[in-house]
Design a protein around this ligand. Structure first.
Ligand code: SGN
Ligand code: CA
Length: 527
């Protein structure tokens, strides 16, 4: 009889808790989002760059939690990615397809649903959805892309103000201040802590300006890829380190020296961007900047590299600044993790680290993202959840950023609305591999024409293959065998060996398009 009581009555008693009691059992959610942080630059992922520029604090999440090595985005661009994260839907459903779009803030989002379910909610940092945040008790966000030095912020209910300091530190100060002073300890919380870094134009903090100047970063094997084995879209994209990275704004060479050495800005506003960034600095910040960058400028002026040497020089400069920005992100993640530990909050807080997309660190000769090729489609994901995730575990399932919303809703005990397109990864966190887990991912990118000129495309990725359709001004299909060709250098769409696989992938893709109800845009090929 006692056994029966335990079996039937205990769950009922627990299920009938008061909201206050629930607050203790439902986990807090700390969602850390960085901007353009490629998994190659997180040391826990084990790539050569991570070894040279370690991220010990982010790595703690892998040691104490789970690292996902097949995590992907729905549309590899900032605004669309953020819209997918908060809605759990693809761009064609949440309406935010391109960075120029405006997110309709009246649609359902997981922060709103958590707030309605009794969570205290807050977001600090990069937002980039044009409309102001809804569903948050507290927020303070960067306008648009934001700035690295002495950035402007928009605070509730919508006033803009400027803060002195470095953006990554300031966003963290806000998050910590909220945790310490504004949090209601009787409620579980959702804190979205969202960095601008390491987004272009990669301005490191004063103390880290020359952090990696002594390291020679190994060149990626495909730095000089001519994209001939891929397709027209790869050949026509404007995101080459050699051609499209700005010597001034990106590599920090004074526009006067750029011109003097016979170079062009690539885009006119790249010179202005350089002056704007420097113009925001205090005299002290500027003095430190000059101390570091003047000798680099002088060396460039005296002996300007050309041809492939220039590309290699730019790659090295790019890595120095990009990775130094990540160092500040890592330090600051450490500050927040330390606070959770010190207060004991760590025990009942799920901590998620991810990025709005991946990034090219010289692979295919590129920087930036957008493509469905691996480095930008895939993004880092590390999760710590004490008592649920076995420390040091690794997951290889196909996971996507539309999965966050249903996951957090399940954790909060909120019913997942039927029109959410992602899947809750809670079973994966427990180490399970459900039989009905997805075997293929869908992707759709729209921002063309536009900066970097990456053509519109959609496609499917299974664990082994990737089929992509580039459309709009072209009509081209690409197929990659990721097992034989992990660097995606050989498009095998016309290889007879892959005929059956191609047919099967087309069928799977059609079915994903149906399931996700993507109306697709017409293929318009200009003559
Ligand atoms: C800016 C960048 C681009 C970048 C987009 C989108 N140029 O326009 O290189 O692709 O943002 O990035 S910059 O010189 O102004 O930095 S996103 O992450 O916000 O989608
Ligand atoms: Ca981004």
């Amino acid at each position: 009889m006692n056994k029966w009581i335990a079996f039937f009555l205990l769950p009922l008693l627990l299920g009938g808790c008061t909201p206050k009691k629930q607050a203790v059992t439902r986990p807090n959610i700390l969602f850390i989002l960085s901007d353009d942080h490629g998994y190659q630059a997180i040391s826990a992922y084990g790539y050569p760059i991570g070894k040279l520029a370690p991220t010990p604090n982010i790595d703690r999440l892998a040691q104490e939690g789970m690292l996902f090595d097949r995590m992907f985005v729905a549309n590899s661009l900032c605004g669309p990615s953020r819209a997918s994260i908060i809605t759990g839907k693809f761009s064609h459903k949440n309406g935010f397809k391109r960075n120029g779009d405006k997110f309709d803030p009246n649609q359902p989002t997981f922060p709103k649903m958590l707030q309605a379910a009794g969570y205290q909610t807050a977001v600090f940092g990069k937002w980039h959805l044009k409309s102001l945040p809804q569903g948050f008790d507290n927020w303070c966000v960067l306008p648009g892309q934001g700035h690295y030095y002495n950035p402007d912020f928009i605070k509730q209910p919508g006033d803009t103000f400027r803060m002195q300091g470095y953006v990554t530190d300031l966003i963290t100060d806000m998050a910590l201040d909220w945790l310490k002073n504004k949090r209601d300890p009787n409620k579980p919380f959702l804190l979205m802590y969202q960095h601008k870094a390491p987004h272009r134009e990669w301005l490191p903090a004063e103390k880290y300006l020359d952090l990696y100047h002594h390291i020679k970063f190994p060149l990626p094997p495909t730095l000089f890829d001519d994209h001939k084995g891929m397709g027209t879209a790869a050949q026509e994209a404007e995101m080459l380190i050699s051609q499209n990275m700005g010597l001034s704004n990106d590599n920090k060479i004074d526009p006067k020296i750029v011109t003097e050495t016979g170079h062009k800005p690539f885009m006119k506003w790249y010179f202005n961007a350089y002056y704007n960034n420097l113009g925001r600095m205090t005299p002290e910040q500027r003095a430190r900047w000059d101390e570091v960058y003047k000798p680099i400028n002088e060396a460039f002026r005296k002996n300007p590299p050309v041809g492939d040497s220039l590309t290699k020089w730019k790659y090295q400069r790019y890595m120095e600044d990009y990775l130094a920005c990540i160092r500040s992100v890592d330090d600051n993640v450490g500050r927040v993790l330390d606070y959770l530990k010190k207060t004991g909050l760590d025990k009942n807080t799920i901590v998620v680290y991810t990025s709005d997309q991946g990034f090219y660190l010289g692979e295919h000769g590129w920087f930036d993202k957008r493509f469905m090729y691996e480095e930008s489609f895939r993004t880092p994901l590390l999760i710590r959840y004490p008592g649920v995730i076995k420390p040091g575990s690794r997951n290889h399932d196909l996971v996507q950023n539309i999965d966050f919303a249903p996951t957090f809703l399940e954790l909060a005990g909120v019913k997942i609305p039927k029109d959410i397109q992602g899947m809750s990864i809670v079973p994966l966190l427990k180490g399970e591999h459900p039989a009905n887990w997805r075997h293929a991912l869908y992707y759709h990118y729209y921002e063309f024409p536009g900066i970097h000129m990456v053509k519109r495309h959609y496609g499917i990725r299974t664990k082994r293959y990737k089929l992509i359709h580039f459309y709009n001004d072209i009509d081209e299909w690409e197929l990659y065998d990721l097992k034989k060709d992990p660097q995606e250098l050989h498009n095998v769409i016309n290889d007879p060996e892959y005929t059956d696989i191609k047919t099967q992938l087309h069928q799977q893709l059609d079915s994903l398009i149906r399931v996700y109800q993507d109306p697709l845009e017409p293929v318009v090929v200009k003559q």
